[in-house]
Design a protein around this ligand. Sequence first.
Ligand SMILES: [Fe+2]
Ligand SMILES: [Fe+2]
Length: 118
Amino acid sequence: MWYSATKVGITEIDMDHSNVDTMLQLYFSGRIPEAYLEQIIRNLIKHFDREEEVVAGLGREFPADHKREHARLTQLLEKRLVDWKADQLEGNELAEQVRSLLLLHVVDFDVALAKPSN
Ligand SMILES: [Fe+2]
Ligand SMILES: [Fe+2]
């Protein structure tokens, strides 16, 4: 997943993405239990805030539409967690949804945070 098209070029942000992706890979390969999915999702939700803080720390304004998307995804992920806990969503399905949600978000929003090249 982590080829150059998904690199933001801001280390803290790329590391967060990579960590979530690695944990999902470990889940898919059976190395960590399904119960850990909640922690992975909580980390992803925390990442949205951290990403906004990191960009602010660089003295740049965080795009309003991107911030709204973080809020929307947080709500969506919270709903998926509720469904999963109520046995209305399989762990594998939840993990797949999180993986594609993260990939699409990075490509559609985060790569635009890349430092200006000048
Ligand atoms: Fe991100
Ligand atoms: Fe983002």
